[in-house]
Ligand binder design. Structure first.
Ligand code: TXA
Ligand code: MG
Length: 318
């Protein structure tokens, strides 16, 4: 099977223009040479992703930023210095070496330094950065293990680099500049509070309607399981859907529910980081099971709880 830990093999495939799945601390990525237009086109094809949805470019070190970007705002530089490698993506003015297909024609390119030792070693074997979206079919749940990548895309790619379960489990937080504002376009693995601590006020623009979508990660339906998901107050939802076979996604101390209900407690000790790291795995597992519906508690709207709620809201869109 095409799963393994062979960095040299992964590097040789990538040098030949192939697409390889890679682990990151956030979710698995579907990676290819960011400077090779044909490879990038293959990524879109494998993912079944519309061409208007641009890809994040992964670099190994902050010094490589100037390979792909220019005129970077000081606040974004500060953020990437402070939080990289880590779950942060910055949107910056691209250099012409970055093919338009990577940015879907935009003059801005999304760049990040992933905090996964295997992928950093892989990048060290390459003399080009890696364009990589999450390694899921368009609009489905992002994979957090090599096995999930294999189940979703295994027949379409030659190799999956196995780096274990992703430690963060939510996609990176995407940040850019508009006028004088620092703008968060996607809530993710880096809490907004951490960003505010460095740059002061930020504007959050993670739309939940489909109006004026600036980054397609803002599409309302996204990250979605196939089963219907209802988000809110679990007490009410448990009662309302009592006749259904349910999965209940929750957090912290909970009371037992009826036999119909399978409980997925993302963190019994109430640790929001642990909960985030278990969310997509739970959704994925539930989607493969025979439950009829999924209900989920709204998480506290702070820190990573915000990003978890964002994903659950998008998953709940029918
Ligand atoms: O954690 C992550 O960011 C993962 C790992 C693999 O690095 N990647 C990821 O990629 O989540 P993807 O393609 O699933 O989501 C990238 C998001 C999309 O919403 C896309 O629209 C936005 O980033 N994006 C990428 N380039 C952009 C650009 N030039 N301008 C605006 N938005 C951009
Ligand atoms: Mg994605």
């Amino acid at each position: 099977m095409p799963i393994g830990k062979d960095l040299q093999y992964a590097a040789s495939l990538l040098k030949q223009g192939e697409v390889v799945a890679i682990p990151t601390e956030t979710v698995y990525g579907l990676a290819g040479n960011a400077f090779n237009k044909i490879t990038v086109a293959r990524i879109f094809e494998i993912k079944n992703r519309p061409a208007f949805n641009p890809l994040i470019v992964h670099i190994k070190h902050i010094e490589d930023l100037n390979l792909v970007a220019q005129n970077i705002d000081d606040r974004l530089l500060l953020l990437i210095q402070k939080f990289s490698p880590g779950p942060l993506t910055i949107l910056v003015e691209k250099k012409s070496i970055v093919p338009d297909i990577v940015t879907a024609g935009s003059s801005r390119v999304a760049v990040r330094i992933p905090a996964h030792p295997m992928t950093l070693s892989l990048l060290n074997l390459l003399d080009f950065p890696l364009a990589a979206p999450s390694a899921n079919p368009f609009q489905y749940i992002s994979p957090v293990t090599a096995q999930q990548v294999e189940e979703q895309l295994g027949d379409k790619i030659p190799y999956i680099l196995d780096g274990g379960k992703c430690s963060v489990g939510l996609e990176s937080t995407i940040v850019g500049i508009e006028g004088n504002d620092v703008v968060v376009y996607r809530l993710g693995g880096l809490p907004v509070e951490d960003i505010k601590n460095i740059v002061g006020n930020v504007v959050i623009k993670t739309k939940l309607d489909n109006q004026n979508v600036e980054t397609p990660g803002q599409l309302k339906k996204h990250y979605a399981p196939k089963k219907p998901l209802f988000l809110g107050n679990s007490k009410e939802l448990l009662h309302q859907y009592a006749d259904k076979k349910m999965a209940w996604i929750t957090f912290g101390k909970v009371e037992n529910a009826s036999e119909n209900v399978q409980i997925f407690n993302l963190s019994e000790k109430g640790d929001i980081y642990e909960a985030a790291s278990n969310l997509f795995e739970a959704l994925y597992f539930i989607d493969q099971s025979d439950v009829e519906i999924i209900i989920a508690d709204t998480f506290p709207e702070e820190g990573l709880g915000r990003a978890i709620n964002d994903r659950l809201k998008r998953a709940a869109v029918q």
